[in-house]
Design a protein around this ligand. Structure first.
Ligand code: ASC
Length: 148
């Protein structure tokens, strides 16, 4: 039983350490995956923006739910930028400036995490205060790594 469990654990660890590209059947799948995660993120971020900017009434529960999705989506795209997955709107710099790209990813994950915390606080001022810095972290990465 213990042997089986440790075998299963070893298999999971081996799968996790596979090259990122190996998680996708083909490069187009990786591109579709990262674009999908980013698109879902943008939809939910947009709903938060509508509240933060007063275009729709503030709804604390909806804000918390939307921010939760944003924070989760922010973690996903990065494994889908593996070697051989050039394309979509990604600039070649993605595959040339690894440290900078990773730093931008971390910043987004950090800011969206703060956004989820702020949204859970249940007041619009907390949401407004963190909306701008989060959008800035989207933009900082786009400016360097995405074609318009
Ligand atoms: C959005 C969205 C982005 C970011 C960015 C912020 O709502 O789709 O890509 O915000 O425009 O500057």
């Amino acid at each position: 039983m213990i042997r089986l469990a440790s075998f299963a654990l070893a298999a999971v660890c081996a799968a996790m350490s596979l090259p990122a590209a190996a998680q996708f059947a083909k490069p187009e799948d990786a591109i579709k995956y990262r674009q999908s995660a980013l698109f879902v993120m943008s939809q939910h971020f947009g709903r938060l923006g509508a509240m933060a900017n007063g275009r729709v009434p503030y709804d604390a529960a909806a804000a918390a739910a939307n921010a939760e999705v944003v924070a989760e989506m922010a973690k996903l795209p990065w494994t889908a930028f593996g070697p051989g997955t050039e394309g979509g709107k990604a600039k070649p710099e993605v595959w040339k400036e690894d440290a900078k790209f990773k730093e931008r990813q971390q910043k987004l994950i950090e800011e969206t995490g703060k956004l989820a915390v702020a949204a859970k606080a249940g007041n619009i001022d907390a949401l407004k205060a963190q909306f701008g810095p989060t959008g800035a972290s989207c933009k900082a990465c786009h400016d360097s790594f995405r074609n318009q």
